[in-house]
Every structure is written in C-alpha cells, then in structure tokens.
Design a protein. Structure first.
Ligand code: SF4
Length: 209
C-alpha cells in the first residue's frame, strides 16, 4: 500500500507505455511541449470536463470525477463515470474516457481506463467489469472489458511507473515510429541521440573487452 504522499498521476501511465523517456521528461523533469495532437486532446478534455452531474432514470453521469488508489499509488480524474442502476437497485460504475483520433492497437488507452476502473473498485468497494473509450475521429464508443490480462498489465505498469519516477534518471532516447507523433521530437532528437548512444555503447564495450 502507498500513502497519499506517494500518489502519482494516473495519466502518466499512458506516457510510460508510449515511451518511458517521454514519461520521465514530463513527470521527472517537468518538461512539457505541445504539438497538434496534444492540443487537440487538451481541447477535447476541456469540453468534456464541465464539472456537472446529469441524471437519466437508471443512469447517473458524473463528469471529471476525482479518483484514487492507494494499492496502485495513483490518483487522477475520470472524464465521465456513468453509474448504471442494477436490478437490485445498486449502482455499477462505468468509466468513459475521451480520446482524440482513432482506436489504438496497443494497450495505452485501455490501461489508463483500466486504472480508472481499479481506482473506482477500491473507492466504492465494488467490481467494475467494463468501460468505454470514446474516439473523436470515429465519433463512437469502443467498449473495453477489464479482464485479468488487462488488469495485470495495468498493475505492472503502475509498478514500473513508481520505479521510474522514484529515480532521477531519464532514459536515453530511442528512435521508433511513435517519435513522429511525439511533441518532444524537436528537442529530444531521437535519431541523432540514438546514434550517439550506439557509438557510446560500442566504445564502452570495446574499451571494456
Ligand atoms: S521523441 Fe521518441 S524517444 Fe523522444 S520522448 Fe518522444 S517518443 Fe520518446
């Protein structure tokens, strides 16, 4: 169990899964740089975060809901949590996260949503079986099941996030296709720095052998 002082931002999980260096630049070095993708994402979230509640018969909607898990050491906010009334009159949380763009093949968005579900389970002492991601370009919801695999990946990512952010070392850049959509590409220079690292590693190996 973590304490309140140990809590990390839940949104950092997606930065970690996208690129550990990007995660360290944002959350260790407090560097932030915006590009078209981050600006569109920010505007989308500002529209969703109207900080209000909405009630429709058997569905209650909470906007911008605060979340916390001492087990995972995370805190953050959910864009939307729908509370679905069950036959026994209890309320089942159903988190919905808004994303710009299209559904991704990787787990990045699903892990962030699953972390929200794990927070809700701990806070409300319940089980949250599913939620949804709403993608702007598709203009529709993609359902997400919080199965054992996704829960395990999310818990492992939370552990790695604490490991990374409890240190002081920002990982070295490594170029890959994801760099082309990263807001840090002009300052990180992963193509150049990656080559420098290869040369440095080669020289180290040669001088040690
Ligand atoms: S440019 Fe590439 S290596 Fe650098 S922070 Fe972004 S994704 Fe990571």
């Amino acid at each position: 169990m973590y304490t309140e002082d140990d809590l990390l931002m839940l949104s950092a999980l997606q930065h970690l899964l996208f690129c550990p260096r990007q995660c360290a630049l944002i959350h260790l070095e407090q560097a932030w740089t915006e590009n078209r993708f981050t600006a569109e994402g920010r505007v989308l979230h500002e529209r969703v975060h109207t900080a209000a509640t909405d009630s429709r018969c058997t569905v209650r909607v909470e906007y911008d809901m605060p979340l916390r898990s001492l087990r995972l050491g995370l805190s953050g906010r959910a864009d939307i949590v729908e509370m679905h009334q069950q036959e026994d009159s209890s309320w089942l949380p159903f988190p919905v996260e808004y994303k710009r763009g299209r559904p991704k093949k990787d787990d990045t968005d699903r892990v962030q949503l699953c972390a929200q579900a794990l927070c809700l389970e701990e806070m409300l002492d319940c089980t949250v079986p599913e939620g949804a991601l709403y993608y702007g370009q598709k203009n529709r919801r993609t359902p997400v099941q919080f199965d054992d695999r996704l829960r395990r990946v999310t818990e492992e990512a939370a552990g790695r996030l604490h490991e990374l952010l409890s240190g002081t070392v920002t990982p070295a850049p490594e170029y890959s296709r994801r760099c082309e959509s990263c807001s840090f590409i002009d300052t990180c220079l992963p193509r150049t720095a990656g080559k420098k690292n290869q040369v440095r590693n080669y020289m180290t190996r040669m001088t040690q052998s």
